[in-house]
Design a protein around this ligand. Structure first.
Ligand code: ASP
Length: 359
């Protein structure tokens, strides 16, 4: 007997009304792999009857405030001048509204500011110093976002630039500086233990990506999403990634579903990833098919050259209005990057993402 998933997986074009009639929506929250706690929090709120946007923002606030998540909010790795700059967006399905901030400094929870832009202004996006000014007008305090850990990783990266073939944002490619010996670093940072130095070296050599995207669906079929990040480590000041760009790092269409992304934002912006995925679902693709199609577009931008594509990774998350969902990565098995977080009512769990290529 064909089940509901198979039926939807058949790829038939579905009008919004058909989707709504075919299956009563179920409560569901998904996010990038770093969002187990975020999904749990958002689900608790969804179950308690909270608005889906309030739920996902409260969920990602946990990650934004976590000093040990070096890719989001407080403790995020800084730009090349050692300053943490954050990007965030929100999209509220029921009212079809959205808001975002880009390159905002000194605020630990940029997703809250993106939500305030949506709720309190006639605009959608505020950037840089003026986004901070807006946050302060809304009662937020300026805080130092650099932790001792992220400062050390930044200093290690700075030092690596003195090496001849060091990583350089101003060049065309993504390459890595040569290894610095731990003993050398130990002299420079006598208070740091070996574990911290090894981590800082790894961060300097392979500038990490990271972000949280979180999407929620409630029993009424309402959906919302948010994406928040400190962006690429060691970026040029003012660089804005995909996360605050509606249609790239996040998109929700209340009639069909939502999508978001983490990973190298430049490649996502070039294909308007989240919008592309929602549009694919609108034309009848399953979340998996929709994400794979977006990844193929990225691959096409590199003439499907796996050597060049091998220099980065990118991940998509999609949640359809009927509760079908997927996570998808360009590459298989990049540790936690090949998974995503799901909560359908109990504890959060990781599920494997599908992928386009194997290394
Ligand atoms: N997508 C984010 C950006 O490009 C970074 C990330 O997910 O790691 O800013």
């Amino acid at each position: 007997m064909i089940n509901r998933r198979e039926l939807f997986g058949a790829g038939a074009a579905l009008a919004a009304g058909q989707l709504a009639r075919a299956q009563a929506p179920k409560e569901l929250v998904i996010s990038s792999a770093n969002g187990l706690a975020a999904c749990k929090k958002a689900m608790e709120m969804v179950k308690a009857g909270a608005d889906t946007l309030d739920a996902v923002v409260a969920g990602v606030n946990i990650v934004e405030l976590d000093p040990h998540d070096n890719s989001v909010g407080y403790g995020g790795l800084p730009n090349e001048e050692g300053v943490v700059e954050l990007d965030a967006s929100v999209m509220h399905g029921p009212t079809r509204r959205c808001g975002s901030v880009a390159s905002i400094r000194s605020i630990k929870t940029p997703s809250n500011i993106a939500k305030l832009v949506m709720e309190q202004t006639d605009h959608i996006m505020l950037v840089g110093d003026n986004a901070l000014r807006f946050a302060k007008a809304m009662g937020y305090k300026e805080e130092d976002l650099l932790t001792e850990e992220s400062r050390l990783a930044w200093m290690t990266w700075k030092l690596s630039l003195r090496d001849k073939s060091g990583h350089n944002n101003w060049g065309p490619g993504v390459d890595a500086p040569p290894k610095r010996r731990t003993s050398e670093l130990k002299q420079l940072f006598p208070h740091a233990d070996d574990k911290l130095l090894a981590w800082a070296m790894e961060m300097a050599m392979h500038p990490p990506t990271g972000t949280i995207n979180c999407l929620a669906l409630n029993a009424k079929g309402e959906m919302s999403g948010t994406t928040t990040t400190s962006g690429l480590a060691w970026k040029i000041p003012g660089r804005v990634g995909d996360s605050p760009i509606i249609g790239a790092g996040l998109y929700v269409d209340q009639d069909y579903g939502g999508a978001g992304s983490t990973g190298r934002g430049e490649e996502n912006i070039r294909i308007c990833g989240a919008h592309t995925i929602v549009e694919n679902m609108r034309h009848g693709m399953t979340p998996k098919e929709a994400c794979l199609d977006a990844l193929k577009r990225i691959s096409r931008n590199f003439d499907n050259d796996k050597t060049r594509l091998g220099q980065f990774d990118i991940n998509f998350y999609a949640l359809r209005k009927d509760g079908l969902y997927a996570g998808a990565s360009l590459w298989k098995g990049q540790e936690h990057r090949a998974r995503f977080a799901v909560n359908d009512g109990g504890e959060s769990r990781h599920e494997d993402s599908i992928y386009l290529y194997e290394r």
